[in-house]
Design a protein around this ligand. Structure first.
Ligand SMILES: [Zn+2]
Ligand SMILES: [Zn+2]
Length: 185
């Protein structure tokens, strides 16, 4: 894969959200929640790799990101998986689901049919959930008509196509379309 393509993929690999579910309690995150350490995440990674992938996935470093607002992101060319602290403080029960999702991205960068099959096979989530503050400042939600990837944005996007489908340059076939305004977050 060309470097520009990889970079485009990397920059647009938002693992965001479809509006699947609100947090059941609707309360803010519990500060006392303890998340697995990075060593524990590494152990879970190895376990899932053995159990679900016959140990064939490339080894990746699993890190926490306290800045990241979304659930997870896979920098697959660097073999780094980042999980969002904010998201998982809110949904600690999703840590392993997010990790599985990102592990699939080590070999399948998009959310196409192959991804869906793998997600079903190993019991990974395909979509993250919303939590209060996740989309703060974001006004519009766009979607790729081809792969369904969603892109929150602060401003109107014109002539913008999906980074995953377009191979690093504008492609009208994958022009992002506005799904809805994000007013209430
Ligand atoms: Zn994803
Ligand atoms: Zn796309």
């Amino acid at each position: 894969m060309r470097l520009a393509e990889r970079r485009a993929l990397k920059e647009t690999n938002f693992d965001l959200f479809d509006s699947v579910a609100k947090h059941p309690s609707g309360n803010s995150a519990d500060e006392s929640i303890s998340l697995p350490t990075e060593d524990e995440l590494a152990a879970i990674f190895r376990d899932f790799n053995d159990r679900h992938f016959d140990g064939k996935l490339p080894t990746a470093k699993v890190e926490w990101s306290s800045r990241m607002k979304h659930a997870g992101r896979c920098y697959y060319s660097d073999r780094i998986i980042r999980l969002g602290v904010s998201y998982h403080t809110y949904y600690p029960e999703d840590v392993t689901l997010t990790l599985k999702h990102e592990m699939i991205h080590l070999v399948i960068p998009n959310h196409g049919s192959e991804f869906k099959r793998e997600a079903r096979r190993i019991g990974a989530t395909r979509y993250a959930r919303h939590y209060p503050g996740m989309l703060r400042g974001m006004k519009y939600l766009y979607e790729c008509p081809t792969c369904g990837e969603t892109y929150p944005s602060r401003k109107i996007l014109r002539l913008r196509s999906c980074g995953k489908c377009s191979n690093g340059r504008y492609d009208v076939r994958h022009k992002l379309r506005l799904v809805r305004r994000l007013d209430d977050n």
